[in-house]
Design a protein around this ligand. Structure first.
Ligand code: T68
Length: 835
């Protein structure tokens, strides 16, 4: 057992003190001793750092007691393996978890500063692309809040998702130097570094028991250095650890090269090693077979598995209990090499026989799929894979051989099935199919919304479903109400708490109590007042940052998410053009004033997505400056959409755009965050939209578009987008205006690639859904005019969002897959914790 404090020395009690005066003293103390600044010369960032350290000091006791409890009690633990954690800023969240927000606000104000200013200083760790990485962040929040022993393992990218600037309407990418002023929330643990092997070859030998064994002789070794961040539960003593790995060169390797006198070679090798965790790949939903990406994946997976086994040693547990000790979730296929990596450790390092190793492995892993898009499915060229991970390739061959034997038994004489299900794709150049390895090596496979899980079984994983029906399940995504209501929308949170108490924050189903207030006009007025106030704040920020005046009383119609053709930002754009065209045709037309806000990044190599950004900005240029419009339509593309900004956007929305082609969006999570903050959704029957509509009621949801089934049927029957263009005059005019260069200063070629894709291909059925979308938007515009009715619908959206708390999702994972019980953490005062 670890003594936190030697018997004869007491730590300063102030570190746990939570009063205004203690916080002020601690803040000034940290400014002086840690930042080494006195107030007169301190920058805003110094003040932010001083407050961050003050808050961190107040969670360390929980963190260490959690760690100590886990070492002593060795409870079964969830391991969340994810190449991405899109955390967002820590300070505000930690203040809320500790119940310190208001005290800190007062302390900071009494020192003549402003808490909002300091919160604004934090550079967020953008260690993810979008929904998948943000989901991982919500899940570790819920795991801690539910007091579940859990570890998140991932990669400490030096550069996270790029910063987006807009120049002349186009996206420009800037590197994200999130670490440049230091990160007060992480603790480096170089003493716990591990080594990861790459390349080389394998050898066989016989061990002392005369058994045939394999040894991997690598070409190079890279060091993994862990950086730990505490993940505090809301009003809980549990503070779990997010452990992110940074790649460095091992000293021994430098040394060899130095001895050969090759100084530059040695330094070069060092920077080569560090490259592994240099930068996050900025592609969501599309896969490129880059070797460095595979190196990233294997690097963090190898570190994490070794670390988990090391922790078991500390707990005096033998590795054959690995699957009893850990439930490891694979967040998409990115960490799936873990299946082969754990097999290798058990076979080669611990000498287990195959069947025992395989039993442990398959009982350990579970796999979450996040997409049906074929271009996103990971496959590694076999040769590259074999060069980098020769032993893992051998193991994968053996997994595959045994697996195909079983398929042959279950489905005799089905050669084509074997070909389809093999881990090795041999249709042309040979590839390793990671989703197949994940399905074979896991005991559970889930999609992230009902429809998505059904489609997985019917389409891309159909053969695996027939092979192992019992493995398949659904866990609909959820989001944390701590960050996405309490922190991001304090006015709404206070109003809710004022009426129903604060139990809803940990038990979101309690929001249903709001229904009792729906006939209370005072409540409805207050509720509408909250929305207006939040919209006014955002309008002010947009005026300051963009010099664009938007009307807070207009309908805020918002689409904020990664830019992708399947998400159909261009369908939204066609609607804006349509409204514009109507006003040009009849400037006195009585329409509902609207502000269209867009936010989102395009993958740097995705030309069409970048053209969509240019399209939105080009439309904005024309619409915002046309005197005929008289300010009734405004369009703003908000640059550099990230978690911090998302927190300002969701609360201000009246209308949430969830308009993906049915069957393409696995779940969506932004849809939940908007709705929780009282936005109504205009959406297709896709992903979690279906379940949101079920919960809030069809009458409180604006539905349009083809269903997933109709999409397939239309495509099968020979879809011709041109027919829709020819037969719909409003659509024709919108497209013709784009084609004529009306929105691009006469340059008719600018949007040609986009228009050609729509007119001749239209993979995502934009033209087929246009009429239904515009008709639905007309209903939205009408509904908004009855503001009391709108407010009622908005309240009911908040009221009925309980299902979409990530706490519910985590409970489902626990019950269906992980089977990990909670562990209560006792937090004694420092002075009592000597024993
Ligand atoms: C998203 N996927 C789904 N992928 O699109 C979304 N992909 O429907 C779902 O709600 C969310 O996952 C959570 O389940 C992604 O965000 C990626 O970001 C990604 C990143 C790298 C490679 C492939």
């Amino acid at each position: 057992m670890v003594n936190i404090v030697p018997n004869n020395i007491q730590l300063e009690d102030d570190r746990t003190g939570m009063t205004v005066s203690i916080l002020k003293r601690a803040f000034l103390d940290n400014l002086f001793y840690v930042q080494a600044k006195f107030p007169k010369i301190a920058t805003k960032n110094d003040y932010y750092m001083a407050l961050a350290y003050t808050v961190r000091d107040r969670l360390v006791n929980r963190w260490l007691n959690t760690e100590r409890t886990y070492i002593e009690k060795a409870p079964r633990t969830v391991v969340y393996l994810s190449a991405e954690f899109l955390l967002g800023p820590h300070l505000g969240n930690n203040l809320i978890s500790l119940g310190l927000y208001n005290v800190a606000k007062q302390a900071i104000e009494e020192l003549g500063l402003n808490l909002a200013d300091l919160l604004e200083q934090e550079e967020e760790p953008g260690l993810g692309n979008g929904g998948l990485g943000r989901l991982a962040a919500c899940y570790i929040d819920s795991l801690a809040t539910l007091e579940i022993p859990a570890i998140g393992y991932g990669i400490r990218y030096e550069y996270g998702i790029f910063d987006q600037q807009i120049k002349d309407g186009w996206q420009v990418e800037i590197t994200d130097k999130w670490l440049q002023y230091g990160n007060p929330w992480e603790v480096a643990r170089p003493e716990a570094s591990l080594e990861v092997k790459f390349g080389g070859h394998t050898e066989t030998y016989t061990d002392e028991f005369d058994r045939y064994r394999v040894r991997w002789v690598p070409y190079k070794v890279v060091k993994g250095v862990p950086y730990d961040t505490p993940i505090l539960g809301f009003q809980a003593n549990t503070a779990n650890t997010l452990r992110l790995w940074k790649a460095e060169a091992p000293e021994s390797f430098d040394f060899e090269a130095f001895n050969k006198g090759d100084y530059f070679g040695a330094v070069h090798e060092k920077s080569d090693s560090e490259n592994i965790t240099k930068v996050l790949y900025p592609n969501d939903e599309s896969y490129q077979g880059k070797q460095l990406r595979l190196e990233q994946q294997y690097f963090f997976v190898s570190c994490s598995l070794q670390d988990a086994i090391r922790l078991m040693k500390l707990q005096n547990l033998a590795p054959e209990r690995f699957h009893e000790q850990y439930a490891i979730q694979l967040n998409d296929t990115h960490p799936t090499i873990a299946v082969a990596a754990l097999m290798r450790l058990l076979l080669d390092e611990y000498g287990f026989d195959w069947d025992r190793a395989w039993n442990i492995t398959t009982n350990t892993f579970a796999y979450t799929n996040h997409t049906l898009l074929p271009e996103a499915l990971e496959r590694w060229p076999l040769e590259m894979f074999g060069n980098l991970l020769p032993r893992h390739l051998e193991i994968i061959y053996e997994i595959n051989r045994r697996f195909l034997d079983r398929v042959r038994i279950k489905f005799p004489d089905e050669i084509d099935r074997l070909r389809r299900m093999s881990i090795i794709d041999e249709s042309g150049e040979r590839y390793i199919r990671m989703a197949h390895l994940a399905c074979i090596g896991s005991h559970a496979i889930n999609g992230v919304a009902e429809l998505h899980s059904e489609l997985l079984k019917k389409t891309i994983l159909h053969d695996f479903y027939e092979m192992y029906p019992e493995k398949f399940t659904n866990v609909t995504n959820g989001v944390t109400p701590r960050r996405f209501i309490v922190l991001s929308n304090p006015r709404l949170a206070n109003l809710i708490t004022d009426r129903i108490g604060d139990g809803w924050i940990k038990n979101l189903d309690e929001l249903r109590k709001l229904e009792n207030f729906i006939e209370d006009s005072g409540f409805r007025q207050e509720f509408a007042g909250v929305k207006r106030a939040v919209k006014r704040d955002l309008a002010e920020q947009i005026r300051d940052n963009y010099g664009i005046d938007i009307d807070p009383d207009s309908l805020f119609d918002i689409q904020a998410k990664r830019i992708h053709e399947y998400k159909r930002q261009h369908l939204n754009a066609l609607h804006i053009i349509t409204l514009y065209n109507r006003l040009k045709a009849d400037p006195n037309l009585d329409i509902t004033p609207r502000t269209f806000l867009f936010g989102g990044k395009a993958a740097p190599g995705y030309y069409m997505a970048k053209l969509i950004i240019k399209l939105i900005n080009s439309i904005a240029d024309v619409v915002n400056h046309d005197p005929d419009i008289r300010g009734r339509l405004k369009v703003v593309f908000l640059k550099d959409y990230n978690v911090k900004f998302a927190q300002r956007i969701y609360p201000a929305a009246d209308l949430s755009e969830q308009i993906s082609t049915a069957g393409k969006e696995a779940s969506g999570t932004g849809n939940m965050k908007f709705s929780m903050n009282g936005a109504l959704t205009i959406g297709t029957l896709d992903g979690a939209n279906i379940e949101i509509r079920e919960e809030v009621g069809a009458e409180n949801f604006f539905l349009f578009g083809l269903t997933a089934e109709q999409v397939l049927a239309l495509k099968a029957s020979g879809y011709n987008p041109r027919d829709y263009y020819e037969s719909n005059p409003e659509l024709k005019l919108a497209i013709d205006r784009l084609d004529s260069g009306f929105f691009s200063r006469g340059d008719g070629d600018l949007f040609r690639p986009l228009l050609d894709a729509l007119m001749y291909q239209d993979d995502y059925l934009v033209l087929a859904d246009y009429a239904s979308y515009v008709e639905c938007q007309d209903r939205v515009g009408q509904a908004y005019r009855d503001s009391d009715r709108w407010t009622r619908m908005s309240i009911l959206n908040v009221d009925r969002m309980g299902k979409f708390s990530s706490d519910r999702s985590i409970r489902e994972y626990l019950q269906k897959i992980w089977k990990v019980p909670p562990v209560e953490i006792q937090v004694p005062e420092y002075t009592q914790s000597n024993g």
